[in-house]
Write a protein that binds this ligand. Structure first.
Ligand code: FAD
Length: 386
């Protein structure tokens, strides 16, 4: 049991590759992008996941890449300040311990731990999988055909591996009632290490300055009862939909909409979770968002991906057959995953109130917040590593 193919080279994929390689497996990673993707929004590493990156020897490198967001300011419909807070107050993060890094920086650092020891196939992806008793025969889109002992899908919320082995995404997709557009735009407000968030019921606009550079991340988030399936295949329809939802709104929203319209890095998606009764089938397993995306409302997707990768590799290395190892991986991590997926309602209520009443409650809560949370949320550390 030594040859493993991993689909996806973002966070879960390279982390799993690292641990499997350390345990003596022969690892190949196939990534559909032409190279490791840099840049991107900031993500958090908290709780038990901090111990995973420490054991990987990259905690210091990540600490150097820490973006140190100092403030989040909540604004009312006219742009007036409701309350400015230390972001940790809301997220339950721990100042001086938790890490926040650009997604691309994390991916680069993880990739750096295995790039010389593991085979990476960029610009390719799995076309077919034949899961047989003695191995998985895989055909890549580029035409290569190879046999692996195991295949792991680390290919994200819309996992292609999951679709091939477990069936259509709709079966596992739990839509949380929001869509969002993310893009970069000029930092015309001169923001520095901070986020500003504007809310009206059901709509939110945010600007996030990771440092004090010339660009910021813009986000337009809106509630919608059904996912806009028609827009997923058509970028022009996505831009039209977002622009129509925010038409006539105040504050800086017209500027965000104009930037969204012309952005060359627009990222449009639903806010959703993945909930599956099982994360493996035969010789194929899933890890990270592919198995159990918690949504960015929890801020825990990255931490779950890191802990899951560590645990899966450890169980596979324990010398049992793959069926027992996959079961043990799931038994050990499922409770942790579900507790963190349940954090979504807190993120929901704090960031994206849908009704005037919910918004008024949220604003009241923000005005009343006093103490900083101290030790972090228990959910972030609700698993102990072997
Ligand atoms: C706007 C936004 C903000 C977020 N904020 C936070 C946050 O603050 N904190 C946090 O912890 N998390 C956050 N997240 C979530 C976080 O990004 C994910 O949970 C995390 O990236 C999961 O990692 P992953 O490796 O499982 O999947 P992904 O990062 O989605 O990576 C999947 C990889 O698979 C590749 N791939 C896809 N299809 C194929 C295919 N067919 N063949 C080969 N490769 C393929 C992709 O190119 C990609 O490299 C946020 C997400 C978004 C969208």
């Amino acid at each position: 049991m030594s040859r493993v193919l991993i689909s996806g080279a973002s966070i879960a994929g390279p982390a799993l590759a690292y641990w499997l390689n350390r345990h003596g497996f022969e690892v190949t990673v196939v990534e559909k992008a032409a190279a490791i993707r840099g840049g991107g929004y900031p993500i958090d590493i908290r709780g038990t996941a901090l111990e995973v990156v420490r054991r990987m020897g990259v905690r210091d490198a990540l600490a150097k890449a820490h973006v140190d967001s100092r403030r989040i300011s909540f604004l009312g419909p006219d742009g007036g300040l409701i309350r400015a807070l230390d972001p940790q107050t809301l997220t339950g993060g721990v100042e001086g311990r938790d890490l926040e890094v650009r997604r691309g920086d994390l991916t680069e650092i993880l990739y750096g731990t295995v790039r010389d020891d593991v085979e990476f196939l960029f610009g390719d992806s799995i076309a077919t999988l034949d899961d047989r008793a003695d191995g998985v025969e895989v055909t890549l889109r580029g035409g290569t055909r190879r046999v692996f002992d195991l295949v792991v899908g680390a290919d994200g919320l819309h996992s292609h591996t999951r679709g091939l082995v477990f069936g259509p995404e709709e079966r596992f997709h739990r839509y949380l009632g929001y869509c969002f557009a993310g893009f970069t735009m000029p930092n015309h407000l001169g923001l520095s290490h901070e986020a500003v968030m504007w809310n009206v019921p059901g709509r939110a606009a945010a600007l996030y300055a990771v440092g004090d550079g010339a660009t910021v991340h813009g986000f337009l988030n809106f509630s919608r009862d059904e996912p806009p399936f028609h827009a997923f295949r058509e970028p022009a329809a996505q831009r039209d939909l977002v622009a129509s939802v925010f038409a006539g709104d105040g504050w800086e929203v017209p500027r965000l909409v104009a930037a969204m319209r012309s952005a060359d890095d627009l990222f449009f998606d639903v806010v959703s979770q993945i909930r599956m009764p099982r994360w493996s089938s035969g010789r194929v397993a899933l890890v990270g968002d592919a198995a159990h995306a918690p949504s960015f409302l929890t801020g825990q997707g990255t931490s779950l991906a890191l802990v899951g990768a560590y645990t899966l590799a450890r169980e596979l290395a324990a010398g049992r057959d793959h069926v027992a190892a996959f079961e043990a991986y799931e038994r050990r991590t499922r409770g942790f995953v579900e507790m963190n997926q349940a954090l979504v309602s807190a993120g929901d209520a704090a960031l994206f109130p849908r009704t005037p009443e919910a918004l008024a409650r949220r604003d009241g809560m923000l005005r009343g917040l006093t103490a900083l949370s101290s030790g972090g949320r228990p959910e972030h550390s609700a698993i102990t590593l072997d």
